[in-house]
Design a protein around this ligand. Structure first.
Ligand code: C2E
Ligand code: MG
Ligand code: MG
Ligand code: MG
Length: 286
């Protein structure tokens, strides 16, 4: 009896494993097809400076699935990374960012940055070539482009990362470290990389004002970054309490649902125009 149960369990484990693999294989096929059919769309989330002026847009990818609707990156980015499809997807996203920068300029909104997330699997010579090409093809001012990378990428092969970052930074493109605080890098170590900004992970921002440890972590990240002349950005700002706390510590930029969710460019555009009008003429607020 016990033996049979054991065997059944082994069989069911095996079939679950096989199912998992075949689901993944199917997903890769679907993703490949989605690239062919151009089903990936970019949404944009605004970042604001300490004067509440919009200063940047983060490009975030979504999959407009024919049956399942709009899917968040968590559902497909990991498989794109494992399968190598992230390289082609990354090209499309960078292209979208450059195109929409052009739209901003055409609409009378120059001077904003566009940020693009870059996976470790994309971080190679090919990326340097593609960034160079994109800047030229779209006449994108390199200072307007920002690449968001993670601590993990820096730690994996630091020498290689520094080399590639230097090549890209030499073009005038800037780097931010995304989800900062969740990896294992020390700020002193970060000084070796050409980094312009640290984006404090939203898990530390969430409980600001109630969790003293998170407040201490945010405090020390902001303080040390300021000392090292690296700008700070807080992600996941959802409440006025969090915003006030961060502003009181002279955070450089904030991003979060409180100020603007990721949305299609056409929806974001009127909001940006309104924000800028308001901040350009503060008298209107009085
Ligand atoms: P991320 O780069 O850290 O992007 C910020 C994520 O936090 C976004 O999730 C955004 O919707 C979410 N967020 C922003 N403000 C708030 C807030 O106030 N509260 C909460 N709870 N969440 C907030 P999203 O769009 O689901 O993206 C998840 C991750 O997927 C991104 O995290 C990024 O790592 C990755 N990703 C997105 N687009 C791309 C892409 O084009 N290429 C690559 N390689 N990765 C991407
Ligand atoms: Mg990001
Ligand atoms: Mg982030
Ligand atoms: Mg994050």
């Amino acid at each position: 009896q016990a033996k049979r149960q054991g065997r059944n369990r082994a069989v069911s484990f095996q079939s679950e494993f096989v199912e998992g693999v075949s689901r993944r294989v199917q997903l890769v096929a679907e993703l490949r097809q989605a690239l062919e059919r151009d089903e990936f769309v970019a949404v944009f989330q605004p970042l604001f400076d300490s004067d509440e002026r919009p200063v940047a847009l983060e490009t975030l990818v979504r999959w407009q699935h024919p049956e399942r609707g709009l899917l968040p990156p968590g559902e497909f980015i990991p498989v794109c990374e494992e399968s190598g499809l992230i390289v082609e997807l990354g090209r499309r996203v960078l292209d979208q960012a450059a195109r929409h920068y052009r739209r901003l300029v055409d609409e009378g909104l120059p001077g904003l940055r566009v940020a693009v997330n870059v996976s470790p699997a994309q971080f190679n010579d090919e990326l340097v070539r593609h960034v160079t090409e994109t800047i030229q093809r779209h006449s994108l001012p390199p200072e307007a482009l920002e690449l968001e990378i993670t601590e993990g990428l820096l730690m994996q092969d630091p020498e290689r990362a520094i080399e590639l970052m230097r090549q890209i930074a030499a073009l005038g493109v800037s780097f931010s470290i995304d989800d900062f605080g969740t990896g294992y890098s020390s700020l002193a170590y970060l000084k070796r990389f050409p980094i312009d900004r640290l984006k404090i992970d939203r898990s530390f921002v969430r409980d600001l004002g109630s969790d003293e440890d998170d407040a201490a972590i945010c405090n020390s990240i902001i303080g040390l970054a300021q000392a090292l002349d690296i700008r700070t950005v807080a992600e996941g700002v959802e409440t006025v309490l969090q915003l006030d706390w961060l502003r009181a510590r002279n955070i450089d930029e904030v991003q979060g649902y409180l100020l603007g969710r990721p949305m299609p460019f056409e929806e974001l555009l009127p909001l940006l125009l309104r924000y800028l009008e308001r901040t350009r003429e503060p008298a209107l607020l009085a």
